[in-house]
Design a binder for this molecule. Sequence first.
Ligand SMILES: NC(=O)c1ccc[n+]([C@@H]2O[C@H](COP(=O)([O-])OP(=O)(O)OC[C@H]3O[C@@H](n4cnc5c(N)ncnc54)[C@H](O)[C@@H]3O)[C@@H](O)[C@H]2O)c1
Length: 260
Amino acid sequence: MSNLKSKVAIVTGAASGIGLACARRYAAEGAIVVGIDRNLSADWSSVESSAPHSRFHQLDVTDGAAQQAAIDATAREFGRIDILLTAAGVGDGGPVGMLDEATWDRVIDINLKGTFLSVKAVLETMTTQRSGSIITIASVEGLNGTEGGSAYNASKGGVVLLSKNIAMDYGRMGIRCNAICPGFIDTPLLHEVMDAMPEFKADVVRQTKVGRFGRPEEIAGAAYFLASDDASYVTGHALVVDGGYTAGHSHGIVQLMGLV
Ligand SMILES: NC(=O)c1ccc[n+]([C@@H]2O[C@H](COP(=O)([O-])OP(=O)(O)OC[C@H]3O[C@@H](n4cnc5c(N)ncnc54)[C@H](O)[C@@H]3O)[C@@H](O)[C@H]2O)c1
């Protein structure tokens, strides 16, 4: 029997990539899914086909009042909120000396403050019902530095620690909070960042031990586990899903030894 039957899930960044894949997976597992994104999605019908009661709110996650109103409407309509997955995010940065203040503010505002505002908006409902699973989408770039990462890495490092603190503050109220740290996943965001840098792209694939970019559905699998009751004792964790990218550096030894 489906583990998410009758659960209510909010997914931000639900119009594209990882958020859309998570929304689809939650819907396929029986949840009612409420998507939030600043853009409309041509693919939202794929969520509605498994979960006809699902909803979509077009809003910016940095607009705390609009987001709170959409989440309050969800709680009123469905009576509960069981899962929050925060995938709304942007990729931008650059070496600090070359980075303008407006770009820094935009990345931190969307990736970090947006996550804070999404979590804040579900907490009253989750603490009242004394249950809930919050899953934030951070990044392996929130665990280690990346050349030119700066604002992006700072925002994602912030998401990792924010998630651990939420787990600490709300665990005794039945709320779990975990971050997922994806490696390099084949989404529009990845292409936006990498297509102009083919050497970087090739090196990332070389450093990824399974030898390819990840698929959004492979993040959705982890997001399903963390949302489910199978993860009832998992909280405060930053789960790396990166095809081995952060397992260690590759220096060509396996090729030298004839393993590949
Ligand atoms: N693709 C990767 O390699 C990768 C790796 C690690 C982490 N991530 C993270 O995963 C998350 C999803 O990224 P993706 O790769 O699926 O990219 P994507 O561009 O396909 O999806 C991001 C979605 O977030 C939405 N969004 C952006 N800013 C918003 C805002 N202010 N308010 C509401 N919605 C907003 C976009 O409209 C888009 O639909 C991001 O937080 C990203 O940083 C991605």
